[in-house]
Design a protein around this ligand. Structure first.
Ligand code: SF4
Length: 431
């Protein structure tokens, strides 16, 4: 098979892995336009220091011995199959790098023959790149569950980031849709990678010459909507992964119905809005000091699709508000809808020099259309409605939901896809 054909098949097969942030774009080139966001193959990711890098995103092979119901590459699916050799991946990476198309490689794989054989091929590829070609660019490599940890550990010395995808959040989900996969086999390498990262970090504090192990951290991906798991279970799992395995990122991927399968739900569209709410909640866990149990509970196990998780939490805890922006401590400011990490930091610094007025908040970047209902500024409340849940909710709901007295319909509207503001808050984390 021609190399270009392999590239077409194996870059398309990699597009459902969202660990690279620009996956899923549908924008096609227009006549006379420049660029195309629809083709898979090159995606973007962010390094530890915040730089955006372009990565060649491919699978080593899409031949798979497993039959996960939700996956396009499953063994029972009749699709064109291909495999790269480690030499081919190394050559492609170096050639693309020299042409300045990419700054790194995202290399994942289906399971060919067995986990050890697959991991050996991945390792051989990164060894070639680092040792033979002296390639110093970014490498994100998949660790294959079930592979010998010595192989994974050696790969971790060569890659910048590694990920082990959990895919389905619960044991029941795995049994239903991916019965050949075992939860322990997925968590074990994650645990070992996490432990190695901490160990090497500690050693480096003592001896500068100690090499780094997966310096950009490890990540994982969870598929949303393929199983009936609630957001509460998903966000609890993420919380424990961050705490226990020292994970850098959990990625959430709305289930894309790629084929019919009797055990899969029939969805008209991927649950994108739900995916977006989980990303927003994930920011609240990592940067805003929220615990999963504060955001959801057994009575409310799913995020509201109308309001972001922080606003929803604030409305359920109105007794804590309004907070005076000139007095509240940093952690309380972070809990005000419309005040993000950046603006909370600026507020606490600026108010040391003078008392902040309402106009100052606008300049600082506070999103007053949300924050005004939850703060006082120099003792004054600027929300135009009484501080009661229903009044504030009406002001904050998206336009399409404000008219509450509607004619009932047999075919209720589909929940909206994330709007520009949702996407912005997910990327910047300013909630
Ligand atoms: S093991 Fe991975 S590639 Fe293979 S069918 Fe399952 S999800 Fe797809």
């Amino acid at each position: 098979m021609e190399l270009i054909e392999k590239l077409r098949i194996l870059s398309a097969a990699a597009k459902f892995d969202v660990s690279c942030s620009s996956s899923g774009s549908k924008r096609r080139n227009t006549p006379g336009g420049l660029g195309n966001g629809a083709f898979s193959g090159i995606c973007h990711s962010w390094t530890d220091d915040g730089r955006c890098v372009s990565l060649l995103k491919i699978l080593l092979t899409n031949f798979c011995i497993y039959d996960c119901a939700y996956c396009v590459n499953r063994t029972s699916n009749d699709i064109p199959r291909a495999s790269f050799t480690p030499q081919e991946v190394a050559d492609l990476t170096i050639n693309f790098y020299r042409r300045n198309y990419i700054e790194g490689l995202f290399l994942s794989s289906a399971i060919i023959r067995n986990p050890n054989y697959t991991m050996e091929l991945l390792l051989k590829t990164v060894r070639k790149l680092r040792n033979e070609y002296k390639f110093n660019g970014y490498i994100h490599l998949k660790a294959i569950p079930g592979a010998d940890f010595r192989l994974i550990a050696e790969a971790g010395m060569l890659a910048d980031r590694m990920s082990v995808n959990i895919e389905l959040p619960t044991n029941e989900g795995l049994k239903l849709l991916a019965p050949q996969k075992k939860r322990e086999a997925i968590l074990k390498p994650m645990q070992l990678i996490g432990a190695q990262i901490s160990e090497f970090k500690e050693e480096r504090k003592k001896y500068k010459k100690v090499p780094s192990f997966v310096p950009a951290g490890q990540s994982t991906q969870l598929i949303i909507g393929a199983t009936p798991d609630h957001d509460l279970r998903i966000i609890m799992l993420s919380e424990s992964l961050y705490r226990t395995y020292n994970l850098k990122r959990v990625y959430y991927s709305a289930y894309v119905p790629v084929s019919d399968h009797p055990r899969l739900p029939s969805l008209a569209t991927p649950p994108l809005k739900r995916e977006n709410r989980l990303y927003q909640a994930d920011w609240l866990l990592r940067y805003y000091g929220f615990a999963a149990a504060e955001l959801l509970n057994d009575e409310n196990p799913n995020f509201s699709l109308d309001l972001d998780p922080k606003t929803d939490w604030a409305l359920r805890n109105l007794e804590l508000f309004p907070v005076e922006v000139n007095k509240a401590d940093y952690h309380l400011l972070l809990r005000v809808p419309g005040i993000g990490v950046k603006s909370a930091k600026v507020i606490t610094t600026a108010r040391r020099f003078h008392s902040l007025g309402y106009d100052d908040l606008k300049k600082i970047g506070v999103v007053l259309k949300r924050a005004r209902y939850f703060i006082t500024c120099q003792g004054k409340y600027y929300g135009e409605v009484p501080m009661q849940e229903d009044f504030i909710k009406q002001k904050l709901l998206p336009k399409s939901h404000k008219e509450v007295w509607q004619q009932l319909t047999l075919f209720p509207e589909q929940p909206a896809a994330p709007g520009p503001e949702d996407v912005q808050t997910t990327i910047t984390g300013e909630l």
